[in-house]
Design a protein around this ligand. Structure first.
Ligand code: ATP
Length: 229
């Protein structure tokens, strides 16, 4: 079984406080995984380590068996609050992305995706709604045709309709593909119907990890049905 993300004794600290501690994780390739935990649990820290944006202070993390920084071309990342260049249009961002990621960038796919959603390509991204901006960030991450797609609380600040539309777009995009997805949320309820793998973080530690069907009941027993809400 190929592992998309593998962490061993992984730790990260800020000053003297550990944001993530002794994290063990084996995420099989092809899974749609939810990374769930209350605010401050360490979700962003784990995702940043997996995408190579920060370095571990203990242990190691591997993506497809390698250091994340050596497989950056294979990783798509949607950061929390989608910090896009707000003065640029979606069309411009797609073109810029193509220049940065020549190898596999699919400009046509990204344009089509946004057109299907009715997102104006020539309006500055800063003038779009939060839901539309999130869709632009997703389209840009998918244009890279990543083998691993990491998303940090992409729906946390969206209204219920935009949340649904985002999850539909994400699931539609990765259905029948081999892309592995790891998507964080502080609400399990947002993801339990769409994800087939679960990683539960609480107080800087991995509390549960495994296939959803096996773990959902255990998670409910541990932290309640609406953890973090
Ligand atoms: P949220 O849902 O609020 O984004 P999270 O689960 O993503 O939470 P992290 O952002 O990974 O959690 O934070 C884990 C812990 O590390 C928190 O206690 C946070 O305050 C701390 N932390 C994160 N980044 C830094 C930093 N740059 N400097 C100092 N402490 C930090």
């Amino acid at each position: 079984m190929e592992l998309a993300v593998e962490a061993r004794a992984l730790g990260k600290r800020y000053g003297r406080a550990w944001a993530l501690r002794d994290c063990a994780l084996e995420l099989p390739a092809g899974r749609i995984a939810a990374l769930v935990g209350p605010n401050g649990a360490g979700k962003t820290t784990l995702l940043h380590l997996a995408v190579g944006l920060s370095r571990p202070d203990a242990g190691e993390v591997r993506v497809f068996g390698r250091d994340p920084r050596s497989v950056l071309a294979d990783i798509g990342f949607v950061a929390q609050d989608t910090p896009l260049y707000r003065d640029f249009t979606a069309a411009e961002l797609i073109t810029m992305g193509g220049k940065l990621n020549r190898r596999r960038w699919d400009t046509a796919l990204a344009r089509e995706r946004l057109a299907r959603l009715g997102i104006p390509p020539d309006k500055p991204v800063g003038k779009l709604s939060g839901g539309q901006r999130a869709q632009v960030a997703l389209a840009l991450a998918l244009a890279k045709r990543p083998r691993l797609l990491l998303l940090d609380e992409p729906i946390a600040s969206l209204d219920p309709l935009a949340r649904r539309e985002f999850m539909q777009a994400l699931m539609g995009a990765v259905a029948d593909s081999e892309t592995t997805v790891l998507l964080s949320s502080h609400l399990l309820a947002d993801l339990e119907r769409t994800c087939d793998y679960l990683v539960v973080l609480q107080a800087s530690r991995v509390r549960l990890t495994g296939a959803v069907e096996e773990l959902l009941d255990a998670h409910r027993t541990l932290v309640g049905p609406r953890a973090g809400s």
